[in-house]
Ligand binder design. Structure first.
Ligand code: SAH
Ligand code: SF4
Ligand code: F3S
Length: 438
């Protein structure tokens, strides 16, 4: 059989999509880690910020040299960059043989066949229905313990800065039966954690003659598969996170006490321009509710520094919101204009690069401090860790995460990957809890 090498960039959704692609191509290709062995190389790409795209363009130049050595090697580009730039990408990047957008993966065998006959080909059609729900993903890069399950695709929110609604198309939910079966099968194969994925999982909704399900109902169904199966999810849009979901999280100990709730900015002016459709006050009320129903819940966020027209006061409002929430973790970015978005059309990208960097650095420094403080509060506590692997630093240590999604490291003893271990935390860094198994 021929050999396929896949490189995945961008978000967890892309990781899940690469597993779908591996499945669609499994009659023709087996997966290889090695570039040298590959007959086909696929890059599953991200367009969310300009630097994500630049990185992929650089990678394409590196891979072009491999094609000189191996005339039969095919190179294809998948994902959001294919969707955003479309067929012009084939003109700009001569090394590419074909491109396929996120809803076009079922046509990959045909695209590859065309390319092998020397025709560059593309399919960037978006679909209102495609969820790949009948495809059993090939978990080729898995630890055998945790897996992603895509429960929906697309996004309808049109935050003004964001390219995702254009690259991923309209929001659509996947049939619950197929999601529950996938989770059940994973559990039977020994997996102990599933993360339900969507751009905005809280707006998951399915209705047919048999069922009528929202996201909280779906989480409950997955939680009921087994108390030994941990359930996580990402990402939540603050506008839709319901008390019903929080109560389900409190009811089932195997639903992890961790919520990724991107705020983007702490300033109402910015939130309005970003089209986030909530206010700072509404967001803080949701945080208060989370802490009331789930007192030990960890909360993380995404923040954009230097969005159009951001004043020093807006920036300070982001910093003081971060302190008020006391985030466990944050993904922090400089604003990057994306052509075709509302922000690119309507607002001027008027914050200098220097100032964006300065503000981002202040945000990062504050988060580092908040993460460290949060971890210090865990010293002396006993947490349940699901073991995911051997620590990178030492063979004598295992690592895993607790319910709050914090990485915990502890001496191995007789424990193994996939075990649940009670670990007493003795020290920490901003990124890791270090403990002893009890
Ligand atoms: N659906 C998720 C996140 C998708 S993209 C959500 O709504 O939260 C991940 C993060 O990238 C976003 O939360 C945002 O913080 C960031 N991002 C998106 N577009 C960006 C842009 N143009 N510039 C900088 N950061 C951006
Ligand atoms: Fe982008 Fe907003 Fe959709 Fe998230 S919710 S993917 S930030 S448009
Ligand atoms: Fe990037 Fe597309 Fe995900 S733009 S963040 S890979 S949805």
């Amino acid at each position: 059989m021929k050999k396929l090498h896949i490189e995945t960039y961008g978000c967890q959704m892309n990781v899940a999509d690469s597993e779908v692609v591996a499945s669609i191509l499994s009659p023709y290709y087996t997966i290889t880690d090695s570039l040298r062995e590959a007959d086909l190389i696929l890059l599953n790409t991200c367009s969310v910020r300009d630097n994500a795209e630049q990185r992929i363009r650089k990678r394409l130049r590196e891979l072009a040299s491999l094609k000189k050595k191996n005339k039969n090697l095919l190179l294809g580009l998948l994902g959001c960059m294919a969707e955003r730039i479309k067929e012009q990408l084939l003109e700009q990047e001569k090394a590419l043989d074909f491109i396929a957008g996120p809803d076009a993966y079922r046509s990959l065998p045909q695209l590859i066949e065309g390319a092998s006959l020397g025709n560059t080909s593309f399919n960037v059609l978006l679909s209102e229905k495609e969820t790949y729900d009948d495809i059993d993903p090939v978990r080729y890069d898995s630890n055998g313990i945790s897996a992603f399950i895509a429960i929906m695709r697309g996004c309808n929110n049109f935050c003004s800065y964001c390219v995702v609604p254009y690259t991923r198309g309209r929001e659509r939910s996947r049939e619950p039966k197929t999601i529950i079966e996938e989770a059940q099968n994973l559990f039977e194969k020994g997996f102990r954690e599933v993360t339900l994925l969507g751009q905005n999982v809280n707006s998951y909704y399915w209705k047919d003659v048999l069922s009528n399900m929202d996201f909280a109902d779906l989480v409950e169904k997955i939680a009921q598969i087994s108390p030994l199966l941990r359930v996580r999810y990402a990402t939540s849009h603050p506008k839709d996170i319901s008390d019903k979901l929080l109560l389900i999280m409190a009811k089932y100990p195997n639903v992890c006490h961790y919520i990724h709730l991107p705020v983007q900015s702490g300033s109402n002016n910015m939130l309005k321009k970003m089209n986030r459709v909530y206010s700072r006050e509404y967001y803080l009320e949701r945080i208060r509710k989370i802490k009331e129903i789930l007192p030990d819940c960890a909360i993380s966020t995404d923040i954009i520094a230097g969005f159009c027209g951001e004043t020093e006061q807006d920036h300070q409002d982001t910093l003081n919101l971060m302190k008020e929430v006391g985030y466990e973790y944050a993904f922090m970015f400089k604003y990057s204009v994306r052509e075709g978005t509302k922000a690119a059309e309507k607002f001027e990208d008027d914050i200098t690069e220097e100032l964006k960097i300065k503000r981002l650095e202040e945000i990062i420094a504050l988060q580092q401090q908040l993460s460290l403080e949060s971890n210090k509060r865990d010293i002396g506590k006993t947490v349940t860790v699901l073991v995911e692997g051997i620590s990178k630093r030492s063979d004598e240590y295992l690592f895993g995460r607790n319910s709050q999604n914090k990485v915990c490291v502890f001496p191995k003893k007789h424990y193994k990957i996939g075990d649940y271990v009670e670990v007493k935390i003795v020290k920490c860094t901003a990124g890791t809890l270090i403990g002893e198994a009890l």
